[in-house]
Write a new protein. Structure first.
Length: 753
């Protein structure tokens, strides 16, 4: 082989791969996509078979020229982006540009695919390259065009009817709908009271055990109030308790399969508290390569975008040898455990697993940041546990009779821990306590008389369906077939960034804006926002990838009804922006009626004579739907012009302090952060905004002191360099906020609690 060029999509991946290739290979990173649809126009010729208009992404001309120049000097080009639709699109566009740049002297272009970045996998991919996959590229192209048509046609409609800056998406809008519908269920839910009766009993042998009332005269029952519970308790106290039946059985609990993309997002959310975005960013880093001492950059896990639970025979041999050596033959099944992928899984890649059993979490811990280590540890343990024997429990159930009442007690004892000695899958918070926590039952005999120790009625209230967490929303999207696992992280981020959904106490709540936009879109585009239709489109895209249907026919079938619905929406969608509902509330400044308008933060009251009078008020609605004006929040700050208390108000650029004597006194101030200015040590840092509304923090002694920072200040001294303040730093890659020193030469950083 002569000179060869390998093109990947990330610098980290390029660095790891380079060490496995000989001196005849050069490796260049495209740094993601280099070609895409234009950002400021639709970029799709609807009248000409939906022909996409591809352009070089801004800032990518230099790297694209570097690739084409290197290709001209090479005999072979190996395109090696990730082995999925996105990666195929990157490879396809780069191949097209190389062909155009080299013309008749075009080098041989190959597609190199690998599921792990190890020496063996890279050598195999280079020695046995494949062709570019036209079906895979067309599936990605169809998805991209579909999303562009929906986003670029519906979003301007929302700008016109509600306000600028809003967006709609084929998948993101359905995710918002799911959150809104759950919120509607919570709002409509009416809690009902019910009671249970629990006894504590004692037999001939310890321990004591609890038994719950389950039937009265062999019939199901409801206890709806305290009176009913008290009468049953009084009657039970007079009964003799007999152990009528004992049922013993063996229960086996089998391990879960290795991780797929959706499951690792759910489990990392449950066990580690990670967002889907953070999980995927850390997994990408573990896949592309981590510097491990003298080894250099090493890929620690296989490809993390997969819906397959398949594991290679080589990996099965490795993990079985590891289990035998570390845990002994008693933990190793006679044959490898083979898991069946769910129906519809693409099965293109292996499950997510470690690339080598020689790199245990303990071995690599010193080279990984804390959260990367925790995720790797999760992947490692899940993979090992998946090939271990089931846990075995002895399960016991007692049926107790007391007159016309039947009670039941259950418990179990772990006889063999199996895979649980390594790993146990997490559960969502709303699920009941795991059965493994059930108590041990005494060794009694049928027919024994039992002694009543305690009897207690317990009051309960039915609970509304729980709001979604990151884990449960990912699970819902997966079960409904909405989007692909690789898109879940971006869906979560987008619906929050756009202000449609807020996360409070780890659960998603739709904002007023989210509810409004959802109502408008569902009423105007019922089919596109219908969950079943969105899942059907995903299946069609899968069929495009499999070569079963044409990407062009898929777009044509979609666009006709969509264009019709779009035309009707332009005419019939409620015009929230221009809508004004007149109230009988009088403006305190000019005595005209105030009207209800819609703004960034939901409904608000404004004077009907705007722009002559700019008075506004925030309000809420009571249970009857009546308007209740929000009272301004008074502060201890005193107006330096009239001496009255300052109150918190909200304006175009956020919250600020205003004199409570308005409109007689129009004094306003920025809200202080409580942090002393590090430059002049005399003023305080306050929140300000640029003319375009971008928030920053500056000294309140300006123009005498010109200190300013984009990052929110924290009143803490840097423990490393002594700088008088720290700042909050947000990482787009991990989706997390940390506390750091603002000095460039200081590297202090800590996780924000």
């Amino acid at each position: 082989m002569g000179n060869a060029l390998v093109v990947v999509e990330s610098p980290a991946k390029a660095k790891t791969i380079k060490k496995y290739l000989g001196k005849n290979f050069s490796v260049i990173a495209s740094v993601g996509h280099v070609i895409d649809l234009p950002t400021r126009e639709l970029g799709v010729d609807v009248e000409n078979d939906f022909t996409p208009k591809y352009v070089i992404i801004r800032g990518k001309s230099k790297v694209l020229k570097k690739i084409t120049d290197a290709a001209k000097k090479s005999d072979s080009v190996f395109l090696a982006p990730d082995p999925d639709r996105e990666g195929e699109a990157i490879a396809w566009h780069i191949a097209d540009r190389i062909k155009k740049a080299t013309k008749k002297n075009c080098p041989t272009i190959h597609r190199a695919r690998f599921n792990e970045i190890t020496k063996a996998a890279i050598k195999e991919a280079i020695d046995n390259p494949t062709e570019l996959d036209g079906n895979l590229f067309e599936a990605q192209q169809a998805r991209r065009v579909l999303d562009r048509l929906v986003g670029y046609r519906i979003s301007p409609l929302l700008w016109d009817k509600v306000r600028r800056g809003l967006s709609a998406g084929r998948v993101q809008s359905v995710a918002v709908r799911i959150v809104c519908e759950r919120e509607a269920e919570v709002d409509a839910f009416q809690s009902k009271e019910y009671w249970s009766v629990v006894t504590k009993l004692e037999g001939s042998l310890p321990p004591q055990f609890e038994a719950k009332l389950i039937k009265i005269e062999e019939k199901d029952f409801d206890i709806s109030d305290e009176g009913g519970a008290t009468s049953i308790v009084d009657e039970l106290r007079k009964q003799n308790f007999t152990l009528a039946a004992i049922r013993k059985s063996e229960r086996r609990r089998r391990p879960s399969p290795p991780f797929i993309t959706s499951k690792i997002q759910q489990e990392a959310a449950r066990k580690l508290g990670f967002t889907a975005k953070k999980t995927m960013a850390l997994a990408q880093m573990l896949y592309e390569g981590i510097e491990i001492g003298g080894e250099g950059a090493v890929g620690l896990i296989t490809y993390m975008r997969t819906d397959s639970i398949r594991v290679s025979n080589l990996a099965l041999d490795m993990v079985r040898d590891y289990i035998k050596d570390k845990y002994g033959d008693k933990m190793l099944p006679d044959k490898p455990v083979i898991y069946k992928s769910k129906r519809g899984a693409q099965d293109a890649h292996e499950a997510i697993r470690p690339t080598s059993m020689d790199r245990s979490p303990e071995v690599v811990k010193e080279y990984l940041e804390r959260d990367a280590y925790r995720l790797y540890d999760l992947i490692w343990k899940r993979f090992i546990a998946s090939q271990m024997k089931p846990a075995v429990f002895d399960q016991t159930a007692f049926d107790v009779m007391a007159g016309r009442f039947k009670l039941r007690a259950t418990g179990q004892v772990m006889r063999f821990p199996g895979f649980i000695s390594v790993y146990m899958e997490g559960v969502d918070e709303e699920k009941e306590k795991d059965e493994e926590d059930n108590p041990t039952m005494p060794d009694l005999k049928e027919g024994e008389e039992l002694k009543l120790i305690e009897i207690d009625p317990h009051q309960h209230f039915t609970q509304p369906p729980p709001r979604f967490t990151e884990a449960s929303l990912v699970k819902e999207l997966e079960e409904k077939g909405i989007g692909r696992p690789s898109t879940y992280a971006s869906i979560m981020s987008t619906i929050q960034d756009k202000g449609y959904v807020r996360k409070m106490e780890k659960r998603f709540h739709p904002s007023e804006l989210g509810k409004l936009v959802n109502d408008l879109l569902v009423s105007s585009f019922p089919k596109i926002l219908e969950i079943g239709f969105t899942a059907h489109m995903e299946r069609e895209l899968d069929e495009v990838e499999e070569g079963k249907v044409s990407w062009l026919n898929t777009l044509k079938d979609f666009y006709g009804p969509f264009e019709k619905a779009l035309g009707e929406a332009r005419e019939k969608m409620r015009d929230v922006k221009r809508q004004q509902v007149v109230t009988d509330i009088v403006c305190e400044k000019c005595n005209n009626n105030m009207v209800i308008k819609w703004g960034k933060h939901g409904e608000f009251l404004a004077c009907s004579t705007y722009p002559e009078c700019r008075t506004t008020k925030e309000f809420v609605r009571d249970d009857a739907g009546e308007i209740q004006i929000k009272k301004a929040i008074e502060t201890e700050e005193i107006c330096d012009k009239c001496g009255k208390a300052m109150v918190v108000k909200r304006g175009k650029f956020g919250k600020f302090l205003a004199c409570s004597g308005y409109p007689d006194c129009k004094n306003t101030k920025s809200i202080s952060t409580g942090v002393k200015c590090p430059q002049c040590a005399d003023g305080e840092l306050v929140q300000k905004s640029t003319k375009r509304g971008k928030i920053f923090f500056g000294c309140n002694k300006y123009p005498n002191c010109d200190f300013a920072t984009w990052d929110k200040p924290v009143a803490e001294k840097c423990p490393d360099c002594g700088n008088p303040i720290l700042v909050e730093k947000y990482s787009k890659r991990s989706g997390e906020t940390s506390i750091a020193c603002p000095k460039k030469e200081c590297s202090f950083k800590k996780k924000m609690e």
